[in-house]
Write a protein that binds this ligand. Sequence first.
Ligand SMILES: [Zn+2]
Ligand SMILES: [Zn+2]
Length: 321
Amino acid sequence: MKALYIKKGRLSFRKDYPEPKLKADEALVKVNLAGICSTDLELVKGYANFEGIPGHEFVGEVVKVKNSKDKKLIGRRVVSNINLGCGECEYCNVGIKEHCLNGKALGIIKKDGIFAEYVSLPVANIYTLTESVTDRQAVFVEPLAAALRISEVVKIPLKGKVAVLGPGRLGILISQVLSLTGVRLTLLGRIKESLNLPKKLGLGVGLIQDFKDKTFDLIVDATGSEGGLTNALRLIKPLGTIVVKSTYQGEVKLNFSKLVVDEITIIGSRCGPFLPAIELLAAGKIRTEELIEAEYPLKEGIKAFEHAARPGVKKILLKFL
Ligand SMILES: [Zn+2]
Ligand SMILES: [Zn+2]
């Protein structure tokens, strides 16, 4: 099958990649449409030392299942949770496969992803879609779920001031999700032009440099770069909370004393719940169409990656039909 492939930080297009073999409780999914996210771009830079097929944001159709009890899935349009649990460790035992100690993550850790014609997935990870969610919406289910995770790890201070750093693809989704709570929210960027789209979507926006130190009670860092955390530390109020959404290759240098003196809490947050994400999209509560920049066929995947890496670019999709 055709697939994009990463080895030693080099992305290539392959025509001869073997189709995945189904294990028990798995389904074979034909990918229809996929999104390139910042994590994919980081994988090419060496993040997670990944070798294999990248990609985890997608919508596809089930074409084959291993167990006859799963036959009803055939022909259904689906999305998939990206975390594959071992089913045996202390986290899997309590249903938190996101933190499986032997975990695999689709297109990120020890498991081929979805920038390929076919992918094998555990049936337990699959969510079926109704007609009310289009393919172009469905590619946003995974990042939207990640945005929804924030209010699971931290209490949103409804009377306080909240900022999201990074007016990129994820930052805009997060801002839309948090705005649904009714909280006063400002999406912050460094460059004026980067705020045009969020402003058009009705979000409160501002330039990072225009805000005084210690302004916000809660800050979400969705910048995807280490500078985000430095800015967040400057802007956070004493006793405030910073939620970190960025994953990147490399380490970050921090003023740790500030953290101690102002008693700041820093919380990491990664993957989130799929069902509420699907429901929000079906209800038309999250705008996604404006977040799409361009669509490329799979065979132009390398060009698509280059496009996605340009600063200020919105979501780049890969189309498989
Ligand atoms: Zn992603
Ligand atoms: Zn496990």
